[in-house]
Design a protein around this ligand. Structure first.
Ligand SMILES: Nc1nc2c(ncn2[C@@H]2O[C@H](COP(=O)(O)OP(=O)(O)OP(=O)(O)O)[C@@H](O)[C@H]2O)c(=O)[nH]1
Ligand SMILES: [Mg+2]
Length: 269
């Protein structure tokens, strides 16, 4: 009888800008769901010299208690760059970015791994399919939902949540697809490039919870051109060239939606 293949090894990458007050809650949750199976790498970007000492103390404490590995970079290099550093330092067969502000659905990870074992190359945690959800909907989330709809409409991307960074990547996908996004759009970049190259995308429902503490680093205005760029890429690589017409329509709809959401957010304070 043929022996069963060994279980896939997992690396979890947690990016942190300076400090995330709920990091330890995330680590405890990971431990309760996955035990000591995953390799955990925390990528800190520290922007103020006076924070370095407390960050180093926090890291030593966490390394001792949770057996994780910390990378420290000075300066703000961006979310995408932090994920890249984590991927490069990781060793797992499957790599999963996890936010350090308790927004990701840790119990969804075993379902993601099942899909990878069944042959998927990327398994997205999808908030916009049945069983997925957002707790604490904001204008940003409404734009994100619309963005995913537009991306799906104008391209061949078989994923209903292209921007969620919470997803499982087979290591080979990350190694074979070059990426250059330094910001939050890295997840969209990987999705549209993987779809264009015929990798197998799958998704599982995931609940995303808005941050309850700490500071958001996401700026809608700064991200708009980044996200626009990947819509164009998706349209360019869609099966039919006629879809090129749909890309500008999608971009304009996204810009209109963004402006109206920002206005609404400003009105409601
Ligand atoms: N290392 C590193 N981590 C970052 C950087 N920017 C954001 N992060 C971390 O990446 C994770 C996601 O960033 P958030 O600010 O929560 O982004 P978001 O989830 O879109 O925004 P919220 O909805 O407000 O939570 C958090 O753990 C941040 O600390 C960065 O430049 N470098
Ligand atoms: Mg967050």
């Amino acid at each position: 009888m043929k022996a069963a293949p060994p279980p896939l090894s997992i690396s979890l990458i947690l990016p942190i800008l300076n400090h995330e007050p709920r990091l330890e809650e995330v680590l405890r949750h990971i431990e309760s769901v996955l035990g000591d199976r995953p390799e955990v790498i925390v990528v800190y970007d520290v922007t103020q010299p006076e924070l370095l000492e407390p960050v180093k103390a926090e890291q030593a404490d966490l390394e001792a208690r949770y057996g994780l590995r910390c990378l420290t970079r000075t300066d703000r290099r961006g979310f995408g760059s932090a994920l890249r550093a984590g991927f490069e330092a990781s060793r797992g067969d499957v790599i999963i970015p996890i936010m350090a502000d308790c927004s990701d659905d840790i119990p969804a990870i075993p379902r993601m791994l099942e899909r990878i074992e069944a042959g998927a190359d990327i398994v997205a945690g999808a908030r916009y399919i049945s069983g997925g959800a957002i707790v604490g909907d904001t204008p940003k989330q409404q734009i994100s939902r619309a963005y995913s709809k537009i991306a799906r409409m104008i391209s061949s991307v078989g994923c209903d949540d292209v921007s969620n960074s919470f997803r499982a990547y087979r290591r080979s996908v990350w190694e074979n697809i070059g990426n250059d996004a330094t910001s939050f759009d890295i997840s969209v970049e990987m999705t549209v490039k993987a779809a264009a190259r015929g990798y197998r995308l799958d998704q599982v429902p995931a609940v995303w919870t808005n941050r309850a503490a700490g500071q958001s680093q996401f700026s809608m205005v700064k991200e708009l051109p980044n996200y626009g760029r990947w819509l164009l890429y998706a349209a360019r690589h869609a099966p039919s060239r006629t879809l090129l017409v749909a890309a500008p329509v999608g971009l304009v709809s996204l810009a209109v939606l963004t402006v109206s959401c920002l206005r609404r957010a400003r009105r409601t304070g």
